[in-house]
Design a protein around this ligand. Structure first.
Ligand SMILES: *[C@@H]1O[C@H](CO)[C@@H](O)[C@H](O)[C@H]1NC(C)=O
Ligand SMILES: *[C@@H]1O[C@H](CO)[C@@H](O)[C@H](O)[C@H]1NC(C)=O
Length: 449
């Protein structure tokens, strides 16, 4: 063929352009030769395309389909029924639809009690103070069986939680929300619990259908012993990852704002990229760490006191609760991401196991520099803005001073000049104070390490 091309284009001298022409002719020749068996050509093309499509499907199909798989999510229709909404609206009351809200705090932490009362007042909540217990003060005879190896703070912690459970049994409430004294939560806490209530009333993973009593009076149902709403982490029973109830909540933190443990838990239960930032999941509790925020029912308080007091104890109280859950002795649900988070401050103030002694530098930089994670809008941060007032500026704006009719023009000019000077002076003092606070902050940071 090459020789034929050379015959045809014999006059050409440039070897590259000759080779190019060769290729062109070869291709058109091949197509021309194929044209008599066009059907076979088309069939072959179709086969190649199908094989390629199959390969692509096998490689990426699982990815594509897992992304669009249906979430185990209850449609709004059921959760929007009037009776459901009516019951859920009790989450707007000052105990969030629970019988009461108790918080545990060591009696000497009056600073944290101030903060909790302030939060309660600003966000329309009623927190009942239950004093924490010094483990060393528990009489030997009162200690539960097998508790000899626990440290005093662990024993004290156990006692405080049992006291909270007892508070429920001694009252006429059916549920109690138990908090620790360093919690933070979202500013929309009432709406968040109202949304949760609607879902708990139609919880597709509950085993028994709701009784008439539950339908009338229990915003979160009563088919559980413990309801974890403030865990540091939890992961589901690997054998029952199918047990999840996923629901929409506009007040969920975005994925980057969510602690990685919660992301892992949500992914294991079927939440994918697009669902982060607007979905929460209800799943049976399996390994909830921290007792910072959980609710109990009357039945739950009875079972827990039976197993973690009457029978004796086997471990620190949070571990014993986990043992109860994993052995199926109690039934619990965990909400992820949780509705309560820990408020962290720097320095020794953060923990009740660290002594301050007389060194003020160990106080750290205080509440205003504190932080919490996995919340869309921190209540502790927002509270400072809510209470921010500029009284004299407000007076100036709403009721500006009227000219004094008894003043001469000269006196009036003098008065104005005085006011101008006072304003400058006030600004200077404010600037100096801001600078001083910044310096103190830096010094504290250095000392606090
Ligand atoms: C809030 O609502 C719950 C559920 O209806 C109720 O048991 C509780 O007593 C209410 N709390 C207050 C303070 O009204
Ligand atoms: C807060 O709740 C407790 C316990 O239910 C109750 O005794 C108390 O009166 C409530 N306080 C207010 C201000 O409503």
């Amino acid at each position: 063929m090459t020789s034929r091309v050379f015959e045809k284009f014999g006059a050409r001298q440039d070897s590259t352009s000759v080779r190019f022409r060769c290729l062109e002719l070869a291709v058109s020749g091949a197509v021309a030769r194929l044209s008599w068996s066009r059907r076979r050509f088309v069939a072959m093309c179709a086969m190649i395309v199908l094989t390629l499509a199959l390969l692509i499907f096998l490689t990426f199909g699982s990815l594509i389909f897992s992304d669009s798989h249906e979430l185990p999510y209850v449609a709004d229709a059921a959760t929007q029924a009037p009776a459901t909404r009516r019951l859920a609206s009790s989450a707007q009351n000052e105990t969030l639809g629970f019988g009461a809200i108790a918080y545990l705090s060591m009696p000497y932490r009056s600073d944290r009690q101030d903060a909790m009362q302030l939060l309660a007042s600003v966000y329309g909540l009623n927190f009942t103070f239950i004093p924490g217990v010094d483990g060393a003060a528990i009489a030997d005879k009162a200690k539960p069986l097998h508790s000899y190896w626990l440290r005093a703070p662990e024993l004290g912690c156990w006692r405080a939680h049992v006291n909270a459970w007892r508070y429920l049994l001694e009252s006429d409430f059916e549920t109690l929300l138990v908090l620790e004294d360093d919690v933070d939560f979202d500013v929309h806490i009432h709406d968040i619990f109202e949304t949760l209530s609607r879902q708990m009333q139609h919880n597709r993973i509950r085993i028994t259908s709701p009784t008439e009593h539950e339908k009338k009076t229990a915003p979160y149902g009563l088919d559980w012993d413990v309801l974890f709403v403030g865990q540091c982490s939890d992961h589901s029973n690997d054998d029952r990852l199918d047990l999840a109830h996923i629901y929409e909540d506009p007040n969920v933190p975005s994925r980057p704002d969510t602690f990685f443990h919660f992301i892992g838990q949500m992914e294991s239960l079927g939440i994918r990229d697009g669902n982060f930032g607007n979905m929460r999941v209800i799943a049976p509790s399996w390994n909830p760490v921290c007792t910072m925020g959980y609710a109990i029912t009357r039945g739950g308080a009875e079972r827990l006191i039976l197993d973690i007091s009457y029978r004796g104890i086997t471990a620190p109280v949070d571990i014993d609760i986990i043992r109860n859950l994993q052995h199926g002795i109690i039934r619990g649900y965990t909400i992820t991401p949780p509705l309560f988070s820990a408020w962290r401050v720097d320095g020794a103030k953060d923990s009740d196991n660290q002594a301050l002694e007389n060194d003020q530098s160990k106080l750290g930089t205080g509440n205003l520099n504190g932080y919490s994670t996995s919340l869309k809008m921190s209540a502790r941060k927002d509270m400072v803005k809510i209470l921010d007032l500029h009284n004299w500026d407000d007076f100036q704006r709403v009721l500006p001073p009227k000219p004094n009719p008894t003043m001469t023009a000269a006196e009036e000019a003098e008065e104005l000049e005085e006011q101008r000077k006072a304003k400058i002076e006030k600004k200077e003092i404010q600037e100096a104070w801001t600078k001083r606070k910044l310096e103190m902050g830096l010094i504290m940071e250095k000392w606090g390490g």
